[in-house]
Ligand binder design. Structure first.
Ligand SMILES: NC(=O)C1=CN([C@@H]2O[C@H](COP(=O)(O)OP(=O)(O)OC[C@H]3O[C@@H](n4cnc5c(N)ncnc54)[C@H](OP(=O)(O)O)[C@@H]3O)[C@@H](O)[C@H]2O)C=CC1
Ligand SMILES: [Mg+2]
Length: 340
């Protein structure tokens, strides 16, 4: 297999660092992770995002938009008391971030309490995260995903895989320890590479049989143990569509909470224009095809999943804006337009 000739890393976005207290904020977060007492103190005046069986609580605003509300810890205490629950539940919160004013932010799953009762008291609705991604603006969606991912990790890592004994979390929830074996477990995510393949004029999109009807996306795959990101990309493209990648350009990355936590590393990849015959691995993909700039521009106009009635030919569409696949496709279209 050809090795990529041109691996260009273009760092376009390195997090929101507009605020001058970025360093102090990061150090405060780090202290809260390391020191249970610091975290407990922060919790008293912190803000809490609520979840019910991993579904975040959303509120509809007066103008019909949606928000992911943070409740002061004191208010959550009041809500728990009102519902006859113990305040002890507050210690189950997981640290997820802190605001620019150094207010700690936590997530809490109240899944053991009746859902409707909490919704009534909080004036909101627990909403499936996929749907929430459509309803929230970017930063709120990211926070909702991070909170859910951490809660899920704690809910599924209660026991040591070596001894079978229960693991104990620290106050922030940044780790769990098995005191019997001494093993420390950290929240885990799987690295995934997602690539938009181009032959210089067209881009390649594929679909798995499990995708919603008509949806095509960039190709993605999990990294195998010991692989570099570039090796994963070349292997996945070879496996799924039988093409050899010649060059790779880094675009960006995204935490992806579905179905478990992944770190999506997004790249543009180029194949030789003289060797573009697609041979789809039908175990992995239902279909893959080349799309012209004009076709891609039409796909990008569709902002929400279209009505795709069975029996009628499907309307093609691409993942929505919150997915990094959309950004890759948008970037490719912009670049092609500049070229033409
Ligand atoms: N944010 C975005 O824009 C997009 C995100 N994605 C995400 O990318 C991820 C990877 O894409 P996909 O094409 O499915 O990946 P792959 O092409 O690697 O195929 C998935 C298969 O890989 C195997 N596998 C290997 N390692 C893992 C692991 N750590 N976790 C789960 N399965 C693993 C499983 O096979 P087996 O079950 O046989 O063991 C699984 O069914 C998916 O989670 C998908 O949701 C995809 C497209 C767009
Ligand atoms: Mg794949």
């Amino acid at each position: 297999m050809l090795q990529p000739r041109n691996i260009l890393f273009r760092l376009k976005w390195v997090g929101s660092r507009s605020c001058s207290n970025y360093v102090s904020r990061m150090r405060y977060l780090s202290r809260m992770k390391q020191d249970d007492e610091v975290c407990r103190t922060a919790l008293q005046s912190g803000n809490i995002f609520l979840y019910h069986q991993l579904a975040p609580l959303l509120q509809r605003t007066d103008i019909g938009t949606y928000q992911f509300p943070a409740f002061p810890a004191e208010d959550v205490k009041g809500i728990l008391e009102n519902l006859g629950e113990s305040n002890e539940m507050l210690w189950e919160t997981i640290l997820i971030n802190c605001t620019e004013r150094n207010k700690a932010q936590f997530s809490l799953d109240v899944g053991s309490i009746e859902q409707a009762a909490v919704e009534k008291l909080c004036g909101g609705t627990f909403t499936d995260l996929r749907k929430a991604f459509f309803l929230l603006r970017g930063p709120e969606a990211t926070l909702a995903a991070r909170g859910q991912a951490l809660l899920r990790w704690h809910q599924t890592n209660g026991f040591c895989s070596s001894t079978g004994q229960p693991t104990q979390r620290n106050q922030s929830g940044s780790q769990r320890v098995c005191h019997s074996s001494g093993i420390t477990y950290y929240p885990k995510m799987s690295p995934v590479v997602i690539a938009l393949v181009s032959d210089g004029k067209r881009c390649l999109l594929g679909r798995q049989s499990t995708f919603p009807r008509g949806m095509y996306s960039a190709l993605a795959g999990f990294c195998d143990m010991g692989e570099t990101m570039e090796e994963t990309l070349c292997r996945e493209i070879a496996e799924e569509v039988g093409l050899e990648v010649e060059s790779i350009q880094y675009s960006g990355s995204q935490h992806w909470p579905f179905p478990q936590s992944s770190l999506m590393v997004a790249c543009h990849a180029t194949v030789n224009a003289d060797n573009t015959r697609i041979r789809v691995d039908t175990v992995e993909l239902e279909d893959a095809r080349w799309f012209s700039l004009e076709e891609v521009q039409e796909l990008l106009k569709i902002k929400a999943p279209p009505r795709n009635n069975k029996g009628e030919p499907p309307v093609f569409w691409v993942p929505p804006r919150y997915a990094i696949a959309n950004r890759l496709i948008q970037e490719w279209a912009n670049q092609q337009q500049l070229k033409s």
